[in-house]
Design a protein around this ligand. Structure first.
Ligand SMILES: O=C([O-])CC(=O)C(=O)O
Ligand SMILES: [Mg+2]
Length: 220
């Protein structure tokens, strides 16, 4: 048996912790207030989908949105991690999509209910290959982009994040112990939009990584 490697963190079954409304321009486009504290939600590891498999539109949604995000892969666990040493806990990164059933999320929001059905369904977390930490020396200043059928929809920079990566690691670990193999999705910049069956999504982090996914409908 080969040793377990962080470069296949998605096989470890660890937590996926997502930050919402971390870019003012995206909070505004959905008419949400700019948060004064991070907005957090979770996806289960069953949400992962890798290139070569399709993103599935859940049967109960007719408005599935893409959200391109920088993912932070935890290499060293910890509780109540100070901001000053937070980056020592990072093993690397992954480009991620936070696929969101926006119609379901809107309904949950109006009823004051959790977003689980809108955010945590199977294939709601497409990811790239693992990107070792050294390949992104300044994760607080990299450009993220996403195209749907070759049309640019999202084009943002992690410098626009409201809460920085060290701040998020420290904030989250105050009340959720971080473990090796956990993934933190750091929020999406503006430009989210609906995808349809047969669409081709392509996303990238500068010239560091690109990934492509096809959209299909979940079968009855
Ligand atoms: O659904 C939302 O708008 C919140 C979110 O995930 C994000 O801002 O990345
Ligand atoms: Mg998101």
């Amino acid at each position: 048996m080969t040793a377990r490697s962080i470069s296949r963190f998605w096989e470890w079954g660890r937590k996926i912790i997502c930050v919402g409304r971390n870019y003012a321009d995206h909070a505004k486009e959905l008419k949400n207030a700019i948060p004064t504290e991070p907005v957090l939600f979770l996806k289960p590891p069953s949400a992962y989908v890798r290139e070569g498999s399709s993103i599935l539109v859940p049967l109960y949604s007719s408005n599935l949105h893409h959200e391109v995000e920088l993912g932070v892969v935890i290499g060293k666990g910890g509780t109540a991690i100070p901001q000053s040493t937070a980056m020592e806990h990072v093993a690397g990164y992954a480009l991620c999509l936070d696929m969101t059933a926006r119609d379901v999320q809107d309904e949950c929001k109006s009823k004051g209910l959790p977003w689980t059905r809108a955010k945590a369904f199977n294939t709601s977390c497409p990811i790239s290959e693992f990107i070792p930490k050294e390949r992104i020396p300044d994760p607080g200043n990299v450009k993220l982009w996403l195209k749907v059928n070759d049309q640019l929809r999202q084009n943002g920079c992690t410098s626009q994040m409201i809460f920085s990566i060290p701040y998020l690691i420290s904030y989250i670990s105050e009340f959720i112990t971080l473990e090796e193999g956990d993934l933190i999705l750091t929020g999406t910049p503006k430009g989210v939009s609906a995808v349809q069956q047969h669409d081709e999504l392509q996303a990238g982090i500068e010239d560091i990584v690109t990934m492509s996914f096809r959209v299909d409908r979940q079968q009855q």
